[in-house]
Ligand binder design. Structure first.
Ligand code: SF4
Length: 178
């Protein structure tokens, strides 16, 4: 299986807590005004990477135990990413994904496209919703605009409603907006 990829960051510290491998997928239909990554929008751009190539890069840095899917829109390629996510979770990696869709929209999409639900079920945290320029703030933790939520996926699936992820106290190093 292959993923259409815009780029990768093999030692990111801004796409979730800790040192992370970040996979930026190619293709996004949301076209948010003010998007920081508009070159990732065309679905036919980027580079095709096999799951094996991605895993080889993740394994290549022994200090990395966390992976973030970003974009582009990861949930527009859910089939290969659900397989990748299951492999990574099986190996004990912490897994986050960004999406321009809300959690509720993704749950509805999963009824028609099972891989959407399979990918959601593997995540520790979903950062959901489109980037909104009018709600942009540099003081937000791991997200660009105040409408976006850090959804604690295991807690949310257990509760049947959105539970917002709370960072460990030692990670908060500056005043934050919630
Ligand atoms: S969802 Fe993300 S990548 Fe897609 S247009 Fe919005 S900000 Fe850009």
């Amino acid at each position: 299986m292959t993923v259409r990829v815009f780029g990768t960051a093999q030692d990111s510290i801004v796409d979730g807590p800790g040192l992370r491998y970040a996979l930026f997928v190619q293709g996004c239909s949301h076209h948010c005004e003010g998007c920081h990554n508009a070159k990732s929008w065309p679905a036919e751009g980027g580079t095709l990477m096999t799951l094996g190539q991605i895993l080889e890069q993740v394994h290549g840095n022994g200090l990395v135990r966390s992976v973030t899917l970003s974009g582009g829109e990861p949930f527009e390629q859910p089939e290969p990413l659900a397989v990748l996510a299951a492999q990574l979770k099986g190996e004990g990696y912490n897994l986050w994904s960004y999406s321009g869709y809300t959690y509720e929209q993704l749950q509805a999409m999963a009824a028609e496209r099972p891989a959407v639900g399979e990918l959601l079920a593997q995540l520790d945290v979903l950062v959901d919703g489109p980037f909104r320029k009018d709600l942009k703030s540099l003081g937000l933790l791991y997200r660009g605009s105040a409408n976006q939520r850090l959804v604690d996926m295991p807690a949310t699936l257990a509760a049947g409603e959105v539970v917002v992820w709370q960072p460990p106290a030692f990670e908060v190093q500056q005043p934050l907006e919630w």
